[in-house]
Design a protein around this ligand. Structure first.
Ligand code: ADP
Ligand code: MG
Length: 140
């Protein structure tokens, strides 16, 4: 499998509870390298555009409100098969369904406040990285 890059967000529930280090340790101990990272407070427009694919879903407004409720950490993770590997490290969207040892099983508060975002395809990873980072900010 090839070295890939994927886009990750440590969500407001994670920053609020001071969990950024604990979550980053999960990535690093399982072979993902943080090649870019910054703490931002998303605007409503940014969150709406980022989650545009979900705009017709019933939870969309709540999701935008949650994602703008506090600071987040946006990241680029790099490693062998990083896109799928990160989804495995994260666990299922609903923490009730997440496997033991995953970030969402250990840390998520709810299906909405589930601590992390991770790209779900190579196309999404490329678009999401470009949305938040300039190429010069990625340092492998
Ligand atoms: P994932 O983050 O696992 O890729 P989705 O892309 O389906 O999940 O959903 C994006 C985000 O929307 C989720 O991470 C979660 O924060 C929120 N979400 C998804 N489903 C629900 C739901 N049924 N109720 C509330 N929030 C939800
Ligand atoms: Mg998704």
């Amino acid at each position: 499998m090839a070295i890939e890059r994927t886009f990750s967000i440590l969500k407001p529930d994670a920053t609020r509870r001071n969990l950024t280090g604990a979550i980053n340790a999960k990535f690093e101990s399982q072979g993902l390298r943080i090649v870019a990272q910054k703490r931002i407070h998303m605007t409503t427009a940014q969150a709406e555009a980022f989650y545009g694919a979900h705009s017709a879903r019933g939870f969309f407004r709540d999701l935008v409100t949650f994602m703008t409720s506090g600071p987040v950490v946006v990241q680029v993770l790099e490693g062998e098969g990083a896109i799928l590997k990160n989804r495995e490290i994260m666990g299922a969207t609903n923490p009730a369904n997440a496997d033991a040892g995953t970030i969402r099983k250990e840390f998520a508060e709810s299906i909405e406040a589930n601590s992390v975002h991770g790209s779900d395809s190579p196309e999404a990873a490329a678009a999401e990285i470009a949305y938040f980072f300039a190429g010069t900010e990625l340092v492998g």
